[in-house]
Design a binder for this molecule. Structure first.
Ligand SMILES: Cc1ncc(COP(=O)(O)O)c(C=O)c1O
Length: 400
């Protein structure tokens, strides 16, 4: 930079507005563990139901173990994951609440799951056969949750196959190798929870529960709702809600209600230091393909985050970022693998080493992950879960 006092001195800069999140770092996803804890407490209060915090996919990008610990300290009495390895990592970290794991293929580490008291979803007849066989070999009783398909046509057995599964399950219970801890299903329209399909699913779920009763199966927990159902449709709550996105402070149905209106606080703030700031003339093409061209002489900054880090390439010319002292700007030109550029305007007081915010809770006017999702025509889930491993997670708040 030009030294102060020389003819081309940079303007005196107000460093107090620089937050100093990054220290010597280049980029960070700063995770507010207090927000996760308080979001769970909020979901508990709003629903009056036990909460299973869904921490699959590395805690929706926030960190599996850290997110799980914060959620449990906020009152989550269950944890939910997709895969057995995720559950085993939680157990290895000392989390001892019930954990449900709901996606497997034949031949997975069922023995390890049983050894570590992991509840398994039985979402197809083969799964019951496998769980029963492994539990029999180990001389233990597997804790299972039977999944009924109430309309999503994803996991779970259909209504017509449900009695056959229940019959097999009740025989496995009698043989002592299975306990049916739960019966569950999953909503089609978690992002539009008042959709007519939701009430049809509630009805089918009730019917499935009634059939289970006839087979003598009385589960400890019945669960149907994800965040959208839990927060917007009380009839979906049953004994337990499986909340994911709301735990991380993002709105499940942002068109109905914002995170702030729900009393939730986004837990992830994605920040980066400026690698380069340079003044360019009017008409300069920026980045691959020159998909952005400066309209007038301006300053352009380079940010060391790219699509390899989870900034979608289609954020080109639409992804919003927040520049301290400048305000919101849009990514200018093609997002590259490791970097993107932003036209910050002529004379903008921003230089190498300054910190910018890609998204955060919105306190300072920065975009939220919900804003990113809206701009890109996707959902906030995709924005936060895709932040890649090159971006260090830095924890702040209670338990950091
Ligand atoms: C089976 C199941 N339950 C609950 C959830 C949590 O959903 P949400 O993040 O919408 O709360 C998910 C997430 O995809 C899921 O797959």
């Amino acid at each position: 930079m030009t030294e102060a006092g020389s003819p081309r001195a940079a303007p005196v800069r107000d460093v107090t507005r620089r937050r100093g999140w990054l220290g010597d770092g280049r980029t960070s996803a700063i995770i507010d563990l207090t927000a996760i804890r308080e979001n769970v407490a909020r979901i508990r209060r709003l629903t009056g139901t036990e909460v299973m915090a869904v921490v699959k996919a590395d805690g929706y990008g926030h960190g599996l173990v850290a997110a799980a610990r914060a959620a449990v300290s906020g009152g989550a009495t269950w944890l939910g994951v997709a895969f057995i390895e995720e559950a085993l990592a939680l157990r290895a970290a000392g989390l001892d609440v019930p954990i449900l794991c709901w996606l497997a293929v034949p031949g997975e580490r069922i023995g390890d799951a049983l050894a570590h008291d992991v509840d398994l979803s039985v979402s197809a007849p083969w799964a019951l056969d496998e769980v029963r066989r492994v539990a029999g070999q180990r001389g233990t009783s597997a804790r299972v949750h039977l999944e009924v398909d109430t309309g999503l046509s994803r996991g779970g057995v259909t209504a017509s196959d449900w009695p056959t599964l229940l019959d097999a399950a009740s025989r496995a219970v009698d043989a002592g190798c299975v306990q049916v801890v739960g019966i569950w299903s999953h909503l089609v329209h978690g992002d539009d929870p008042h959709h007519a399909t939701t009430s049809a699913q509630i009805q089918r779920f009730d019917e499935a529960l009634a059939v289970a009763e006839r087979f003598g199966i009385h589960p400890q927990v019945r669960h149907l709702a994800n965040s959208g159902g839990a927060l917007h449709v009380p009839a979906t709550r049953y004994d337990l809600v499986r909340a994911g996105i709301a735990v991380y402070g993002l709105a499940p149905a942002p068109q109905l209600c914002s995170a702030a209106e729900l009393g939730l606080r986004p837990a992830m703030r994605l920040v980066a230091k400026v690698a380069l700031a340079k003044d360019l003339p009017a008409g300069a093409g920026i980045s691959y393909g020159h998909r952005y061209r400066t309209a007038e002489p301006t300053r352009v900054i380079l940010v060391p985050l790219g699509y390899a880090d989870g900034i979608p390439r289609n954020a080109t010319n639409i992804g919003p970022v927040w520049i301290p002292g400048v305000g919101r700007r849009i990514i200018s030109g093609t997002v590259c693998m490791d970097q993107f550029s932003v036209d910050v305007g002529a004379g903008a007081d921003i230089a190498e080493g300054d910190e910018i915010v890609v998204f955060g809770p919105g306190d300072d006017g920065e975009p939220t992950a919900d804003d990113w999702a809206r701009a890109l025509g996707t959902i906030s889930y995709e924005i936060v879960t895709r932040i890649g491993p090159r971006v260090p997670r830095v924890y702040e708040g209670d338990g950091a």
